[in-house]
Design a protein around this ligand. Sequence first.
Ligand SMILES: C[S@@+](CC[C@H](N)C(=O)[O-])C[C@H]1O[C@@H](n2cnc3c(N)ncnc32)[C@H](O)[C@@H]1O
Length: 205
Amino acid sequence: MNLEFYNNRDQTIRHWARSPLPFIGQKKDFLNEFIDKVVWTIPAGSLVVDLFGGSGLLSHCVKYYRPELRVICNDLDNFRERLQKIPETNIVRRIFFKRFGRRTNNDAYEKLTGADADFIHETLNRFPGYDWITLSNMVSGCSERIRAKRKTFTNKVKVFDYRCDGYLVGVVATLVNLSTISKASASFGLSTHRMRSEKKDTERI
Ligand SMILES: C[S@@+](CC[C@H](N)C(=O)[O-])C[C@H]1O[C@@H](n2cnc3c(N)ncnc32)[C@H](O)[C@@H]1O
């Protein structure tokens, strides 16, 4: 189990009401309920483990409101890496904004085709190291595999740079597949059951 801190602990935690980067399934719409019903009811001295960490939004929330608690965020998606790539992602964002940003129409997203689509492909090839999930959110909604062949993009280029300062300060990260923990717990005699709606190999302890 690889344990490390997300952010420099010298930073000050600041409030985030949503994930700093696009993340489908983040719990931003349930945050107030989570704070009221969960965060304030956690007993003092607890170790909080966010097993399905995702964007880390819930871990952030616990650490922000209850800084005295120890918080571990299990980051199977390697969201950490996406956060680390923000500087490279912002380079591409600025290039796109310079070319497309001001053409965005508020009523409908502009379609980018022909020379614009070529420009997108060239830029993405020229500046590797960006977070493709964030970028594909900005110029289309497609996956990395499909995007490689794409001829039409949608202009959703952001006006401002991405940032994540003070987001997961003091939160410890792990990257563990829960099925591994589940199997280990079975050998200690703990019960497990399969979750129907989760990924095939996901089990709940
Ligand atoms: C709906 S997201 C969690 C959202 C998160 N609470 C947030 O607010 O961003 C579920 C997460 O569980 C992770 N996950 C799915 N199966 C897993 C497994 N077997 N072990 C560990 N994590 C798993 C997914 O990769 C995903 O990041």
